[in-house]
Design a protein around this ligand. Structure first.
Ligand SMILES: Cc1cc2nc3c(=O)[nH]c(=O)nc-3n(C[C@H](O)[C@H](O)[C@H](O)COP(=O)(O)OP(=O)(O)OC[C@H]3O[C@@H](n4cnc5c(N)ncnc54)[C@H](O)[C@@H]3O)c2cc1C
Length: 414
């Protein structure tokens, strides 16, 4: 293995070069290094501490298996609840990760780390901003939502998930949530008309709770000041005082903005895209971390299989095999189905969104899990869509058909 933070000029060829040291890049790097591959991670800020609050359904986290995470990565977990026009207990446990523990767990000392920015990549090579070149059997783009290496042309605005949250203590949060982990609370307690937002309320461990006003998907994303004001109004309506809502304390505020649809993204020929650069982002929930963790194991296994068959990891076939491994067998089909779901959501009149989610959260656990989860089960995802469709009002069905046939429609300016 080569040196960490080695001089770029001296960098010897690797089996895998990963552009981007976020959760997706490090998941893949670690899984491949654990199988004995020589891996390089390039990132402009390789030592930057990850700050986002990551959540995932417990059953999707690889706490056992070939690339297990230590149990300490789960900071807190509880049964999830969803409130639309009715209250739904979701049966499944939802976990909030200890982001620092996740970052430490994914960091593998066997991986060579290079401080730099990849500006171009192709089969078997990546060029850094300082002009140096790294050679590797396989190059992966894990540059996140910025998708630095994309070759697609951006057409129009992307749908974005935006949110503003505050961290409060458990007792204060319980006055808003009743002590429940709220995956989504669509009650419009903020009293603001227009595009619907929901409360995401999750324990962070250590007696702290994140209360986050969230806009699931909108094109363009709902502005931060509006979300902050809605959160403030919601929490005041629940009985909190202004001085209990720490919107002015940067250490206790989380701001979220990331795209949930990347229709034109194409990784360069010979490059496999990972995580938010993939797009492996779930179009309906915006989640990608659990999926990246699982995709990393598939990619690493595929790399080993190719090495075992004597073919060095050469990028000659456009890395198609690596893309197949990352996406999984039916990943493309299920992703397309979920994209349709996103189009439906973007077309719904604001007043009808809670009713739509009421039907959705009435789903039996199997298809609900399949639709929301990191797995790609075509049959169960289709079952979920048909089940919800069959229970919608005629008017909601009309919107669903319009969204399915007509795409996302114009930008939401209301
Ligand atoms: C506040 C917030 C909360 C979120 N919460 C959740 C959640 O609860 N659950 C969930 O599943 N998802 C969540 N997401 C969505 C998504 O999973 C995250 O954005 C996640 O960080 C994506 O991981 P990633 O590794 O693909 O990209 P990033 O985490 O964005 O990492 C990309 C890395 O690439 C580096 N980079 C960029 N360009 C280059 C380049 N040219 N060359 C080399 N390196 C480069 C960057 O410096 C960065 O380190 C959240 C997102 C945000 C913003």
């Amino acid at each position: 293995m080569g040196p960490r933070d080695g001089h770029r000029g001296e960098l010897s060829p690797a089996d895998l070069l990963v552009a981007g040291g976020g959760p997706a890049g490090w998941s893949a790097a670690r899984a491949c290094a654990r199988r004995g591959l020589d891996v390089v991670v390039v990132d402009p800020h390789p030592d930057r501490t990850w700050r986002h609050t990551y959540g995932a359904w417990c059953h999707e986290l690889p706490l056992s298996g070939p690339d297990p995470l230590p149990p300490g990565v789960v900071a807190a977990k509880d049964v999830g609840w969803a409130i639309a026009t009715r209250t739904h207990r979701l049966d499944d446990e939802y976990a909030i990760l200890d982001t620092g523990a996740l970052q430490r767990a994914l960091r593998d000392d066997g991986v060579r780390v290079v401080r730099g920015r990849v500006v171009a990549a192709g089969p078997g090579r990546a060029v850094l901003a300082d002009g140096s070149e790294c050679r590797a059997g396989l190059v992966a783009d894990a540059s996140g939502a910025v998708q630095t290496l994309t070759t697609g042309r951006a057409r129009g605005r992307r749908a974005e998930q935006t949110a503003v949250g505050v961290v409060v203590d458990e007792a204060t949060a319980a006055r808003v949530t009743g002590g429940r982990l709220l995956f989504m609370d669509w009650r419009p307690r903020h009293g603001v008309p227009g595009w619907p937002t929901f409360l995401y309320a999750v324990p962070l461990g250590g007696g702290r709770v994140l209360l986050e006003e969230t806009s699931l998907a909108r094109r363009p994303g709902l502005p931060m000041p509006e979300l902050a004001e809605r959160l403030r109004r919601r929490l005041l309506a629940a009985g909190l005082r202004d001085d209990e809502i720490p919107l002015d304390d940067p250490a206790r505020v989380e701001r979220v903005r990331f795209p949930v649809d990347t229709p034109d993204h194409r990784p360069p020929d010979g490059v496999v895209a990972l995580g938010a650069a993939a797009p492996l982002v779930h179009p309906a929930t915006g989640f990608s971390v659990a999926r990246s963790l699982r995709a990393a194991t598939r990619l690493a296994d595929a790399c080993v299989t190719r090495s075992d068959h004597g073919s060095v990891l050469d990028g000659a076939d456009g890395a198609a095999w690596a893309r197949r491994a990352v996406r999984g067998g039916s990943g493309g089909i299920v992703h397309a189905m979920r994209r349709r779901g996103l189009d439906v959501l973007l077309r719904l009149p604001p007043g009808e969104v809670p009713e739509f989610f009421d039907r959705f959260f009435s789903l039996p656990a199997g298809p609900r899990r399949a639709y929301l989860g990191a797995d790609d089960d075509v049959a169960e995802s289709l079952r979920a869509m048909l089940w919800v469709f069959a229970r919608l009002t005629p008017r909601l069905r009309g919107h669903l058909i319009a969204g399915s046939l007509g795409g996302p429609g114009p930008d939401q300016c209301r």
